[in-house]
Design a protein. Structure first.
Length: 556
């Protein structure tokens, strides 16, 4: 079999290749990623980013970053900055950064042209009244009583909408298209509204009348020269309106063409920016970068890598059918990525002392262990070893059933990973009956790597020398929601939050982790992958559980 299987193209790549063959747009490929800066990017945005930037990269085109910042009530520079940071982290470079707000004057001029052409009018009805008159997809809407207002009056009122003389919500500018159109978006869509309550993050209080997203979006693509305007399926029904607006003023044949793919939904989480904001504002998570969040910064803090996200996006692909992706696939991707990268270390979550009675008092030796058997260049390290070590409490059982292969008095031999073979002789308990010490003997001829170590032993356990470990705070994350599809729940989403989504513990970890930096990855043997948290300091090591070792995806 070939080493490299030639990957088939996704349907948008097929379109692009066909356009290139036909010489469309003189072979020019230009895309854009157009976030509204009203929240942090999430893994769904990553899917769009890999598409938009990926197409440009693959076909020698350019991809611009455009902030669709038409609603000052929800937008902020904090989001502008975080969006740029996250795209960079994912490994993409934009050609230019643009803002829809840079086009406010151009858009205004087009609105004036539409008014002058008798294709737009000022409506003084409330948003509720306008909504009520929309009709349904099968029944036509009702025309506004202001629909046939004289052009001069429309022009005058439109100016006033922008000077502060008109209160928020008192008037809107609507396109005069067709109240009976089968496409609801053609039923005199709102083009402009008044917002005086919030200054714009870039234009301040210069404008009071703001274009609606539907009026600004398609035009912005046109102004920039976008060739392939790629977005998600919910915009299919908006496409004819974007085209209509552009047809009203375009004087060349060039048009940006919109193509839509399926949105990413992942089980056990929410990806609406509104709901994520609510989680943050109500303190239900520790911020946008809480490692339980599906945000890019949350995933990064949790220990996800750009490579793992790329692998995941590649596996899910692009189609024209919406669906739900199992979160265990995302977990599979990070596990696969960290496998050859993360050093494997011993960590003990519930330690109990183990004394090797026949090991010489005061003796210390060093055991060589592989940093990562899945990586040839990872090398080895030395772990101190002596008479007293710690093991996981669960690796000992006083009265064990027959099939318990770990330590039990008089039981089978057990291997201490990278050290010796031992056998349990007994234990000591406190007044309450808790085990305080486990006693064993060791076979000095079984040191790891020696001939004697090759003896067959059913089980291997982890250990830490009392002088070879440090304490660390470990944050064990689980799914944020208890149900697969919280977004489809009609009731209060608080009911669905998993109250056990974070458990904080103290564990003993190898001294090898001393000085580890935020973002460093480790595999805790038998437990999972952990990543040093950004709050970690030289005095207090903090690690986030990125993912457990148990792979639910491969088992499917
Ligand atoms: P809102 O929920 O506030 O409308 P949004 O999630 O659509 O926001 P935008 O900032 O408008 O966010 O999105 C920027 C781009 O990312 C758009 O092209 C949009 O289609 C795409 N996108 C957003 N969410 C997803 C998702 N879950 N899967 C794939 N692409 C997405
Ligand atoms: Mg949107």
């Amino acid at each position: 079999m070939e080493n490299e299987v030639k990957k088939s193209l996704n349907f948008i790549e097929e379109i692009v290749e066909k356009d290139l063959q036909e010489g469309k747009n003189d072979g020019r490929i230009q895309t854009r990623f157009p976030p509204e800066p009203n929240g942090y990017l999430h893994i769904g945005h990553a899917k769009a980013i890999f598409m938009d930037f990926g197409i440009a990269k693959k076909y020698n085109g350019i991809c611009n970053l455009r902030f669709d910042d038409t609603n000052p009530t929800k937008e902020d520079v904090e989001y502008v900055d975080s969006i740029q940071e996250d795209i960079n982290w994912l490994g993409f470079k934009w050609a230019n950064v643009y803002y829809a707000s840079d086009y406010f004057q151009q858009l205004w001029d087009l609105a004036i042209k539409l008014i002058k052409d008798g294709k737009a009018y000022i409506d003084e009805q409330s948003a509720e009244e306008i909504a009520k008159q929309k009709g349904t997809p099968t029944t036509p809407g009702i025309e506004s009583p202001y629909r046939n207002r004289p052009i001069e009056e429309n022009l005058e009122l439109f100016q006033k909408m922008n000077t502060g003389e008109i209160a928020d919500g008192a008037m809107v500018l609507r396109a005069k298209i067709d109240m009976a159109s089968p496409n609801m978006h053609f039923r005199d869509p709102i083009m402009y509204r008044v917002i005086t309550t919030h200054p714009h993050h870039r234009t301040g209080t210069e404008w009071k009348a703001y274009p609606m997203y539907d009026f600004a979006h398609g035009q912005s693509d046109y102004f920039e020269g976008v060739t392939h305007s790629i977005c998600t399926l919910e915009f299919v029904v908006h496409r004819p309106l974007y085209d209509w607006f552009i047809d009203q003023f375009a004087d060349t044949d060039y048009r940006p063409h919109q193509y839509e793919f399926n949105r990413l939904n992942i089980s056990y989480t929410v990806m609406s920016k509104r709901k994520m904001l609510q989680l943050v504002q109500e303190g239900l998570v520790a911020g946008w970068d809480d490692p339980r969040m599906p945000t890019i910064c949350g995933l990064r803090r949790r220990g996800y890598t750009p490579e793992a996200i790329a692998d995941f996006i590649d596996r899910i692909g692009y189609t024209k059918v919406d669906g739900m992706i199992d979160v265990s696939l995302l977990e599979h991707s990070i596990r696969e990525d960290l496998k050859p990268k993360a050093h494997r270390v011993s960590a003990i979550f519930d330690p109990v002392k183990l004394v090797i009675t026949n090991y010489p008092d005061g003796q210390k030796e060093y055991m060589t262990t592989d940093n990562n058997p899945d990586c040839e260049t990872a090398g080895t390290r030395e772990m101190p070893f002596s008479k007293e070590i710690f093991i996981e409490r669960g690796d000992f059982m006083e009265d064990a059933p027959k099939d318990f292969y770990r330590l039990t008095p008089g039981g089978r031999e057990v291997r201490l990973k990278s050290a010796y073979i031992i056998q349990c002789t007994g234990c000591e308990k406190d007044a309450e009956g808790n085990i305080t010490t486990v006693y064993c003997t060791y076979d000095p001829d079984t040191k790891s790597g020696s001939e004697g170590s090759k003896r067959k032993v059913k089980s291997t356990i982890n250990w830490l020398d009392k002088d070879g470990c440090i304490e660390a705070e470990v944050r064990l994350y689980d799914r944020l929601f208890k149900v697969e599809d919280p977004a489809s729940y009609d009731g209060d989403f608080h009911d669905l939050l998993n109250e056990n989504s974070l458990e904080v513990k103290t564990a003993l970890v190898e001294k090898h982790l001393d000085g580890a930096k935020p973002g460093d990855h480790f595999q805790f043997l038998k437990v999972g992958y952990f990543t040093v948290d950004k709050d970690s300091t030289a005095d207090k090591l903090i690690l986030n559980r990125t993912v457990s070792l148990k792979d639910n995806w491969s088992k499917k």
